[in-house]
Ligand binder design. Structure first.
Ligand SMILES: *Cc1c(COP(=O)(O)O)cnc(C)c1O
Length: 360
């Protein structure tokens, strides 16, 4: 097989090693006479794997002991509803940082359930920048402050996080989880879909400070209730078994490759290769504030849209997939998640320079 160079934003590239492990163990898991995807989620085969998965996740992200960790279904998108349902208390507001597609969608869902204050609104700069975290202070009657650590579509990423004092800080880290160390203790909740950086689509990780549950609304239906999921460790109903198994293998791979710290070095290295090409050329242009450039999703533009179309087509012929920007913002986007080999990034950089020579 000639493997494609996969720059898709999600679902996205997985480590070759993990795909091979899944293939080798698809029919029979560890000599047990059945597949992991056939095993009961109430049995040892699954539960041992699940416990190891959570333990490795905790270790890699340095999650303190007073946090619960588990996986749910429904994607990151379900959390846009569950968060305000659980934590936006009547008579208070929730502060949202309106930073781009994903934070905005979360805010819109919260508006249907209570009062939302947009602490920051990036509409005027077309979501190409973020507030200085040192200046971010939640409202007086705030139930929580919400942010998205990496806007996958806009290509901007928080470099530091605000201190919100007694007000819980909640972060969607779908697209940069474990690409770098994170000060987990600043957050009361971190969550995200796994399909960008952690595994095959299906599962959503939840990391929640236990004390946050004390501030929960009452009268929630079963699946909407974080307290129930905490108690059941995410196994109240059938979990996305295949996805979680994939995550477990990806976490082992991350651990073998230097953990969050090792991934941060890789991300810095890989993203600079592309940003250097952009910065040293008048042909390519980065539309985002340099201070907040994402190390996972590199958004860039060419002099006109015809050239952008040509770029995507010619790249595809070279086996480079997924370089078209999201339809809502246009342009180009290279997602360079953890599992993307550095050689593929080097190939893209070479292709960019070649393309400029021929079309600039
Ligand atoms: C992809 C993405 C989502 C949506 O995830 P689903 O699992 O499809 O619901 C939410 N937030 C961010 C930052 C994303 O990148």
């Amino acid at each position: 097989m000639e493997r494609k160079k996969n720059f898709f934003a999600g679902p996205s590239v997985l480590p070759m090693e993990v795909l091979e492990q899944m293939r080798d163990q698809m029919v029979e898991y560890n000599g047990q006479g059945l597949s992991m995807v056939e095993a009961s989620h109430r049995g040892g085969l699954f539960e041992d794997m699940y416990d190891e998965c959570l333990a490795t996740f905790k270790e890699l992200l340095h999650v303190p002991d007073d946090y619960d960790m588990y996986f749910l279904g429904g994607g990151a998108t379900l959390q846009f509803t569950m968060i305000p349902m659980n934590f936006l208390r009547p008579g208070t507001v929730a502060d949202y940082i309106k930073s781009g597609t994903w934070a905005n969608k979360a805010g819109e869902d919260a508006e249907k359930l209570g009062s939302v204050n947009y602490y920051y609104d990036g509409t005027d700069n077309k979501f190409t920048s973020l507030p200085d975290p040192a200046t971010v202070k939640p409202s007086k009657n705030s139930s929580y402050l919400y942010l998205c650590s990496n806007e996958t579509i806009g290509g901007i990423e928080w470099q530091d996080f605000p201190d919100t004092g007694d007000v819980p800080l909640i972060g969607d880290m779908s697209s940069d989880i474990l690409s770098r160390p994170v000060p987990v203790e600043k957050f009361d909740m971190i969550y995200g879909g796994v399909q960008k950086n952690l595994g095959p689509a299906g599962a959503t990780f939840i990391i929640m400070k236990k004390s946050l549950l004390e501030k929960q609304n009452s009268n929630l239906t079963a699946y909407m209730d974080y307290k129930l999921h905490s108690k059941e460790k995410g196994l109240y109903n059938t979990p996305p078994v295949f996805s979680i198994w994939g995550v477990k293998l990806v976490l082992d791979w991350i651990k073998k490759n230097g953990g969050a710290e090792g991934m941060a070095v890789r991300a810095q290295e890989k993203s600079s290769i592309i940003y250097n090409v952009i910065d040293s050329s008048a042909f390519f242009r980065s539309p985002v504030d340099a201070k907040y450039r994402s190390k996972m999703n590199i958004v860039f533009r060419l002099p006109n849209e015809d050239l952008e179309k040509k770029f995507v087509n010619e790249a595809q012929k070279e086996g480079m997939l997924g370089l078209k920007g999201h339809r809502s913002v246009g342009g180009l986007r290279a997602s360079v998640y953890n599992a993307l080999p550095k050689e593929d990034v080097v190939s893209l950089a070479q292709f960019m320079k070649e393309f400029e020579k021929n079309n600039g």
